[in-house]
Ligand binder design. Structure first.
Ligand code: CS2
Length: 464
């Protein structure tokens, strides 16, 4: 189907709110999650929480959103058919490389009180194994020597916060909405690390006044193929270049740590504002994202394209069920009232939703950044108690095999490809495998055994 340029374009119908949030990373997950929550919070409780969206790489989001006045459609893929909601929370879209100072000015606007980020795991410039600033990461290395013309989101935050401090403005709440374990702690560490490198007193001010609430974010949001966007446009008789689609489920758990208490009424529309996010986050990262990564590397090897297809394969489904029961759930200290077995059963239903075509290749991306919180952490928990984890080890081996295949997309792709057929050389990559783990012979032997198994058998044999 041709792209729907012949149709009228979606346009803003209600007046734009005043901005109170700057958001980095205006991609599909932001449009399916942060923006709808914020829109709904303003609808029920008011407040000036319009969002200035900042794209860090290119002008695509600007070209999609600005001709529509920032409005777009969020489509819920319910099993009984799609449901549309128009979101009007975005007030402007800035393209950072085209106009870096506009981004710094937005961050230094007195009306802005919150920054949210959906920049994916690799956007933080941290070392995944330690959570600290990775000074060798190219954008971070650049920002260390060009603090006034940054490239990374943490670099922009430091430049904007420097301006706020100099102008005597209120501090910000800076909220990571990415799937990192301890996302608030990591974001705080990289921002403070960058700030300290050129102005220790700025780092002290940020540490004392700004907050970095931890969050658990959850909504499955597949990338929308162009043909699908065109099909939806023709069905609606309206072209929306920024349309996004996602599953019905959503859950947002946010640590109650807001600078000056300023925030939208997100809790009025279902978000949970809690004292400790860690139990929610561990359960979600290890059960949902861990199973996702397992399905991605094993499912692609088995010839499947989507999550729904992969869990329809009884061998893979059985593998995931056993992984949860024996190797993931026993590592959890679940949030009060939560029942991990029921949580996992509900995940299986979400994965099987036939209306959501979530491509395994999308999930397989950036494994070097994802493996730690999803797979290696639960392995380490078992290892400390002397228990082997053959299922988790097999996922690591499947990831290793994926590295020599045609679909590798990863910020460490060159390094990974060069070591792809050598598990020992891969385990020596200390930004992925913390030395405490890689140097433990019980860990290394599990990985090599899984590697041998995955290479000696066809997939059902290896999974058996
Ligand atoms: C997925 C996540 O792409 C991935 O790595 O595991 O994006 C997942 O769909 C979300 O975290 C669900 O909340």
């Amino acid at each position: 189907m041709p792209i729907a340029y012949d149709l009228p374009r979606l346009a803003r119908k209600r007046p734009a709110p005043r901005a109170g949030i700057v958001h980095f990373g205006p991609g599909a997950f932001f449009r399916a999650f942060v923006a709808p929550y914020t829109q709904e919070a303003m609808d029920v409780a008011g407040g000036d929480w319009g969002i200035i969206a900042v794209a860090l790489r290119n002008g695509q989001a600007r070209d999609q959103l600005k001709p529509q006045g920032g409005s777009y459609t969020s489509v819920t893929l319910a099993p009984d058919g799609p449901k549309r909601q128009v979101i009007d929370a975005i007030t402007d879209v800035l393209v950072a490389p085209e106009n870096p100072s506009a981004v710094i000015e937005a961050l230094a606007d007195p009306a802005i009180r919150i920054v949210t980020l959906t920049i994916t795991e690799k956007g933080y410039g941290h070392d995944p194994a330690t959570g600290e600033l990775n000074e060798g990461q190219p954008d971070i290395a650049h920002d260390l020597s060009h603090p006034d013309a940054p490239r990374s989101a943490p670099g922009y935050l430091v430049a904007g916060l420097a301006r706020r401090r100099a102008a005597g403005l209120a501090p910000l709440s800076v909220i990571s909405c990415d799937n990192l374990a301890g996302n608030g702690t990591i974001l705080r560490a990289v921002v403070l690390g960058l700030a300290r490198a050129h102005d220790p007193s700025l780092a002290d001010w940020i540490a004392a006044h700004c907050t970095f609430p931890a969050t658990m974010v959850d909504r499955i949001t597949p990338a929308m193929p162009t043909a699908e966007a065109a099909r939806m446009a023709h069905a609606a008789g309206l072209y929306d270049a920024a349309i996004t689609h996602h599953e019905p489920f959503r859950q947002w758990v946010i640590e109650d740590q807001f600078a000056g208490g300023a925030r939208p009424a997100w809790d009025g529309v279902g978000a949970q504002i809690v004292g400790d996010v860690a139990p929610f986050e561990a359960m979600k990262l290890r059960c949902l994202n861990g199973a996702h990564s397992a399905l991605a590397y094993l499912g692609l090897a088995a010839g499947h394209q989507t999550v729904a297809e992969a869990v329809a394969n009884p061998t893979l489904r059985g593998f995931i069920t056993a992984l949860w029961a024996h190797e993931v759930i026993p590592t959890l200290a679940p949030p009060e009232g939560a029942e991990p077995a029921a949580y996992c059963a509900a995940l299986m239903t979400r994965f099987a939703n036939p209306a959501v075509a979530h491509r395994l290749a999308q999930i397989a991306m950036d494994g070097s950044q994802k493996l730690g919180p999803r797979i290696l952490t639960p392995m380490a928990v078992h290892l400390a108690q002397g228990r082997p984890t053959p299922h988790l080890a097999l996922v690591v081996a499947a990831w290793m095999r994926h590295l020599s295949g045609p679909h590798l997309a990863d910020p460490m792709a060159d390094t990974l490809r060069a070591r792809a057929s050598d598990p020992t050389a891969l385990m020596a990559l200390s930004t992925i495998f913390p030395p405490a783990l890689a140097d433990d012979p019980r860990f290394a032997s599990q990985i090599t055994a899984a590697w041998d198994k995955i290479n000696a058998h066809d997939l059902p044999g290896a999974l058996a």
